[in-house]
Ligand binder design. Structure first.
Ligand SMILES: Cc1ncc(COP(=O)(O)O)c(C=O)c1O
Length: 443
């Protein structure tokens, strides 16, 4: 069993003796590494009878698997001695050139020398944090923010300070206020982490007007922007938003990925950085992995060369748009009054806020019993906020399953509201973006 002692988790046997004899030897930074308390629930949530609106898995069924299998075979036959060999720490030159063409769709003019290929953009997040953050440094991040980034930041002992968003994304005035407040507290801000397009988990997109303003604020404050953009090409309205990096090559580190536009199993992402930063990232990449997997990079490179990858993205957009519509329609029809949600124009996620007094983390076991799963809002905050909120994903289940899932969820919420009305009033109000949870450690 896990027991909390002196602010740290310890694994004990039933008599209270520690089962982990390495305990005194772990580095301090591991105290920020915790398995999610909801992980066990999610193993149940993955059962077929449960409609999971929790995960962010792309729906890969429209991929041309037979042609991809033939391509993989020909890669081994024709280029096997290269594909199966060690490679460069920066990634394959031809793929880096192709990545520049992909980024050009978002207005970015980049040189392949400034691109580093990584093991998914998660690795790019890790490397960027590694080269910038000392323990106690502040990273500004949207409220809420991507849970995988928060866990990377915490593993490098960064202090995350959240900045409010509204329907047009990160609020510039809130960013200025946060910078001032952190500075007044004597702490040092290194990075602004932002997901401008089809935000995970909030589902909103940063407006075109705010992008240059946010770049300007960060430039003037000496804060580097980490622009994380895995969903940018997955818009539902034939629109591609101009990247922040497109107008600020010196102060923005841009993270990209083939996970959502092609296939996450290949684990190919990238980082585009100002030249000096690029050099540090390559060194960090080499020390972490020696080099990103050559076979996978060549597979992606051939895919971009030999397949209609833009047509495939259109197929993904169509699938996800249908599912988004099904989810929004079901929420509109079934959710109780007082519930609100965002309206994403792309990506995978809807962010739902429940009526006052409800707690999505406390409600999750009952939802899973009712055969529906979601991610509670407090997983997306470093500071325990988000107790009334939840992330619903529409990427993976079919439209019919989504409707069924929202149906089950609405029934659970209705019965929670009934209990609340019978046994107690709403808890005190928190911030605009979410209430403080009584237990920040639940995710
Ligand atoms: C905002 C965001 N950044 C990064 C990642 C990591 O993606 P990758 O598969 O490229 O590592 C994800 C994955 O869900 C994400 O949503």
């Amino acid at each position: 069993m896990a027991v909390r002692q002196g602010g740290k988790w310890k694994v004990m046997d039933m008599t209270g003796n520690s089962l982990d004899h390495h305990l005194q030897r772990y580095a301090q930074r591991t105290s920020g590494m915790r398995a999610s308390a909801i992980r066990a629930l999610f193993s149940v949530a993955n059962r077929p009878e449960v409609v999971s609106l929790a995960g962010g898995m792309p729906f890969l069924n429209s991929l041309p698997l037979e042609s991809l299998a033939a391509e993989a075979a020909s890669l081994i036959n024709e280029d096997g001695l290269v594909a199966l060999q060690y490679g460069s720490g920066q990634g394959i030159g031809e793929l880096r050139e192709q990545i520049c063409q992909v980024m050009a769709l978002e207005g970015i003019q980049a040189h392949p020398d400034d691109v580093v290929v990584t093991v998914g953009s998660q690795m790019a997040l890790d490397l960027s944090t590694r080269i910038f953050i000392d323990p106690g440094d502040v990273i500004l991040a949207e409220a809420p923010s991507y849970v995988g980034a928060l866990s990377t930041f915490s593993s490098y002992q960064a202090d995350v300070v959240h900045v409010s968003m509204d329907d047009a994304g990160l609020v510039p005035e809130a960013l200025e206020a946060a910078i001032e407040a952190v500075r007044a507290s004597g702490r040092r801000i290194k990075l602004l982490y932002t997901i401008p397009n089809y935000h995970n988990p909030a589902g909103v997109t940063l407006s075109a007007e705010r992008r240059p303003r946010i770049a300007e604020i960060c430039r003037e404050a000496g804060i580097t922007i980490l622009e994380d953009n895995p969903y940018g090409l997955l818009g539902f309205d034939n629109k591609i938003h101009r990247a922040i990096r497109a107008d600020d090559a010196d102060n923005v580190i841009y993270l990209g990925s083939f996970s959502k536009t092609f296939a996450p199993g290949l684990r190919v992402g990238w980082v585009l950085a100002p030249h000096a930063v690029r050099e540090k990232l390559v060194l960090a990449n080499e020390s972490a992995t020696l080099n990103p997997p050559v076979f996978n990079q060549l597979m992606v490179s051939r895919y971009l060369h030999n397949f209609d990858w833009q047509g495939q993205i259109k197929a993904y957009q169509q699938t996800y748009a249908e599912r988004r519509d099904a989810m929004l329609q079901a929420l509109q029809t079934l959710m109780p009054p007082g519930t609100t949600w965002t309206t994403p124009t792309g990506g995978f996620y809807v962010w739902v806020t429940l009526p006052e007094g409800l707690d999505t983390a406390a409600m999750l076991p009952r939802a899973v019993t009712a055969r529906v799963a979601y991610v509670p809002g407090n997983a997306f905050y470093a500071d325990g906020f988000g107790s009334r909120q939840m992330r619903l994903s529409f990427c993976y289940p079919t439209p019919e399953r989504i409707v069924e899932g929202v149906h089950r969820l609405a029934a659970v919420i209705d019965s929670e509201l009934e209990i609340l009305q019978t046994f107690g009033g709403p808890r005190p109000h928190g911030a605009i973006t979410g209430e403080r949870s009584p237990s920040p450690d639940t995710a």
